[in-house]
Design a protein around this ligand. Structure first.
Ligand code: PLP
Length: 341
């Protein structure tokens, strides 16, 4: 389920032979977007700068846990992507460091809100909304009407038909829990999650595993980011998405420089680079990803969900990005939902 890579990216010369990177030093990149995008970012940055990249891909919650565990002896330099809440928690726990890039000027306001809220330690690189991924063929074959509202997912017709990730490892799943708490209030939200449990066939490690399972026809419905449903549809799978009628939450996918980074100059160079328009186009052009880029000059990819047309809640990033609140909600989920038979 999880793809974890530690990959020194080799540059391929014109003749296809590996050419050594110029002596520009190296960068340890922790990456929490999908693997294709992580690889494209690593390869292109290395090609553009000659800085050798060692990339490790893990989910947002897992990366936060790793940075925390390594805090006395940091091994990563920069953390690219993943949901915004764990980046905010890392900032509050003093696991990351402040930086102001000259490229901030070209960003959408929401990317800078994240930066200010984290005391200049995390910045928005993309945004995306939570919703339902749907395998249209599978549901039609089983004669199941697709969901349009959160309330629909509790219906017995979805028994064993839904996948969502585990919030311990996945930032996506935490955004879902925080969204439900903000939409319904905490007690009704946990009541909802407990009632959803019989309809869930698996709590996956990675936030994108459920939509991939939908694409493969292993499950009818995922609770996941809607841009990932479009990625699967573009790849030819019978997938569509719905955004919940009651409203839904969203992420500000973020980037942070790790406190104690050994390669600080290279980390800042990466950070500046990742905010540029050509780097932000890579999400779609090399990774097939359809998030809304934070660089205002980077176009919304074709068929990407338009956030301005989705009924979004006013997600309280300051509150739900707090380390203690995140930990408390995840522990409650573990006790009341994740460990239920
Ligand atoms: N991959 C993509 C394309 C995403 O948009 C996100 C969210 O930021 C993630 C991965 C995060 O994955 P996870 O929920 O496993 O932390």
């Amino acid at each position: 389920m999880q793809s974890r890579l530690l990959l020194p990216v080799l540059l391929l010369g014109a003749g296809g032979l590996a050419a050594p990177a110029a002596a520009q030093g190296s960068l340890n990149l922790y990456c929490s977007v999908q693997n294709e995008w992580c690889q494209a970012v690593a390869t292109n940055f290395q090609r553009d700068t000659g800085i050798r990249v060692n990339m490790t891909q893990r989910g947002s919650g897992e990366t936060l846990a790793a940075i925390r565990a390594e805090s006395q002896n940091p091994r990563g330099d920069v953390w690219f992507g993943g949901t915004g809440d764990p980046h905010l928690a890392a900032a509050e726990e003093n696991l990351t460091q402040a930086y102001e890039s000259a490229n901030n000027a070209g960003l959408h306001p929401w990317a800078l809100t994240q930066w200010r809220q984290s005391e200049r330690r995390a910045i928005g690189v993309y945004a995306g909304a939570v919703g339902f991924g749907i395998n249209t063929e599978l549901l039609a074959r089983k004669n199941i009407a697709p969901p349009s509202c959160w309330a629909d997912l509790l219906d017995a017709r979805f028994r064993g038909e839904i996948q969502i990730a585990n919030p311990n490892s996945s930032g996506t799943a935490y955004v879902v829990i925080a969204t439900l708490v903000q939409l319904m209030g905490e007690e009704p939200a946990f009541d909802y999650l407990r009632r959803l449990h019989p309809n869930v066939n698996s709590y996956t490690r990675s936030g994108t595993a459920p939509i991939k399972a939908v694409a493969r026809g292993e499950t009818g419905v995922s609770i996941s980011f809607v841009h990932d449903a479009v990625t699967e549809a573009n790849a030819g799978f019978p997938v569509t998405y719905a955004t919940p009628c009651e409203g839904t939450g969203y992420e500000i996918g973020s980037m942070s420089i790790i406190r104690g980074a050994r390669n600080l100059t290279q980390a800042r160079r990466f950070y500046d680079w990742a905010l540029t328009e050509p780097a932000q186009r890579l999400g779609f052009e090399a990774g097939g990803q359809l998030q809304q880029p934070s660089n205002a000059a980077a176009p919304l990819p074709p068929n990407a969900p338009d956030l301005s047309r989705i009924r979004l809640i006013e997600y309280d990033f300051a509150k739900y990005g707090r380390a203690a609140e995140r930990r408390r909600l995840i522990q409650r989920w573990d006790r009341e939902v994740g460990s239920a038979p």
